[in-house]
Ligand binder design. Structure first.
Ligand code: GLN
Length: 475
């Protein structure tokens, strides 16, 4: 059973036709992990007994005539999404041993669609990073070249799918964490519009930015997963009460003919790897050949996006991570002298260096005396960035840009946090504006490293973004 040859769509078809059982698919995932994951390191944990039991239940349900949008399909889950009865460590020592007492809304939705929870995949600790090197437990490697990173923070999700050890996975994206690893690993990664998918039960990094999304082999699979994930949720007040289209049906007849594709000039600048530039250029040519109308646009506040993000995201993270205090859950220090040292030591022992850096940065920009100078101003500039996009979307249907300035870099290559942060230059602006954005494979470098391109859409134009990506994929 070679899992690598299945998409979600083809697995569902084979299950429907009785050509394969959910047990065989799930066992195929387990066998692939046994064969390959010692080298790749995509998975943190995999409860085989539970996965096979779920698969048997799905097979029995199918035999009894039941159907479900994902009935019997195994899905790998990024280790910050709660699934009842499974570990949820966020790749942090502070949550080592923690077992979720409840399902996140996205997990409950997968469960009622009949999906199999097939393993917890690695990530940067609390989703802070761009390489999956910040995991407290292990470094995940890129299946295309194991001396390189898979990207991050959803690097485990991307490596599991690209390495043929998962059919599909969930990731989360705060500033690029679905799109950049998708680009590095040669798969599809979709970040929905902010408010499209519930964050309830998804461990918060930066609440005004975080979104869950699919990481898949192709665009159709991303749409199939979106059909299950999307929707308003009474447990998350930031989910939008807007109609949810059938994302998969919206791909029928997807075409770029007459679609106005904007090329923001601020995204086509020096500093991008020349091979990435030329792959993106040829992607643009393919869109034109498929009938798209190319329009140069300007997003003048792009240059401030990085600075704004590294104020807003750490500010929110510092507040969200206050709950890890050694009292309520997770790691507790051995011998505290008093309650203050209980908090301080538990946190000092439990959090890694990057998480501490973000907390310190976040509490600083929120502190009295600095709040107006940093956080207040960053929020204002964030509005300007959002308006840039609003203006652009009066002229174009979607934007096309690079995903990341480089292909996958080497494990250990980026030691300086700032150069790591700069890898998200092209993904962060859409996150700040809450826009739907997708990374689709566009080509490979001479060394065989995958490179994606990004389509960005207007708020709630998720179906449009998916259909542009589908048409591009076909072209
Ligand atoms: N790399 C960015 C960061 O470290 C984005 C991470 C993410 O999207 N979760 O914050």
């Amino acid at each position: 059973m070679d899992i690598a040859r299945f998409t979600v769509a083809s697995a569902l078809k084979a299950l429907d036709a009785g050509e394969v059982s959910s047990r065989e698919l799930t066992q195929g995932v387990i066998d692939a992990i046994d064969a390959k994951d010692a080298e790749i390191g995509a998975y943190l944990t995999f409860d085989r007994e539970s996965a096979l039991r779920q698969a048997d239940e799905a097979d029995a349900a199918r035999a009894a005539g039941k159907r479900g949008a994902l009935l019997g399909v195994p899905v790998a889950i990024k280790d910050l999404i709660n699934v009842a009865g499974q570990p949820c460590t966020c790749a942090s020592k502070i949550l080592e041993g923690y077992v979720s007492p409840y399902d996140a809304t996205v997990s409950a939705r997968l469960r009622s669609a009949g999906a199999i929870f097939a393993g917890r995949v690695n990530m940067d600790e609390f989703a802070m990073g761009s390489s999956t090197e910040n995991s407290a437990f292990k470094t995940t490697r890129n299946p295309h070249d194991t001396s390189r990173v898979p990207g991050g923070s959803s690097g485990g999700s991307a490596a599991a799918v690209a390495g043929g050890m998962a059919i599909c996975a969930l990731g989360t994206d705060t500033g690029g964490s679905i799109r950049q690893p998708a680009s590095f690993c040669g798969i599809v990664g979709f970040k929905p519009t902010y408010g499209r998918v519930s964050r309830y039960g998804v461990t918060a990094f930066a609440s005004s930015l975080d979104q869950v999304g699919p990481m898949t082999r192709d665009v159709t699979d991303a749409a199939l997963l979106m059909n299950v994930l999307a929707g308003c949720d009474e447990h998350d007040g930031t989910t939008a009460d807007v109609p949810v289209p059938d994302f998969a049906a919206a791909l029928d007849g997807a075409s770029l003919k007459g679609v106005r594709i904007g090329l923001p000039k601020e995204y086509f600048v020096d500093g991008t790897d020349p091979q990435v530039s030329s792959i993106v250029r040829s992607a643009i040519d393919r869109c034109a050949a498929a009938g798209a109308e190319l329009v140069e646009v300007s997003l003048p506040h792009t240059e401030y996006a990085m600075a704004v993000y590294y104020i807003v995201a750490p500010a929110e993270a510092s507040a969200n991570l206050a709950r890890f205090d050694g009292v309520r859950y997770g790691h507790r220090t051995g011998k505290p002298e008093d309650v203050y040292s209980l908090y301080a030591k538990s946190r000092a022992e439990g959090f890694g260096a990057e998480v501490k850096r973000r907390i310190i940065l976040g509490t600083y920009v929120l502190s009295s005396g600095y709040y107006d100078a940093y956080y207040g101003r960053a929020q204002k500039v964030r509005t300007l960035i959002r308006r840039d996009f609003e203006d652009a979307f009066t002229k174009v249907d979607a934007l096309l840009t690079p995903v990341a300035p480089t292909p996958a870099f080497k494990v250990g290559e980026l030691q300086d946090p700032l150069s790591m942060y700069l890898n998200d230059l092209f993904t962060i602006p859409a996150s700040l504006a809450g826009l739907p954005a997708i990374s689709v494979p566009a080509g490979k470098t001479a060394e065989g490293l995958p490179v994606g391109v990004q389509f960005i859409g207007a708020p709630f134009a998720d179906a449009k973004v998916l259909s542009c990506a589908k048409a591009f994929e076909a072209a």
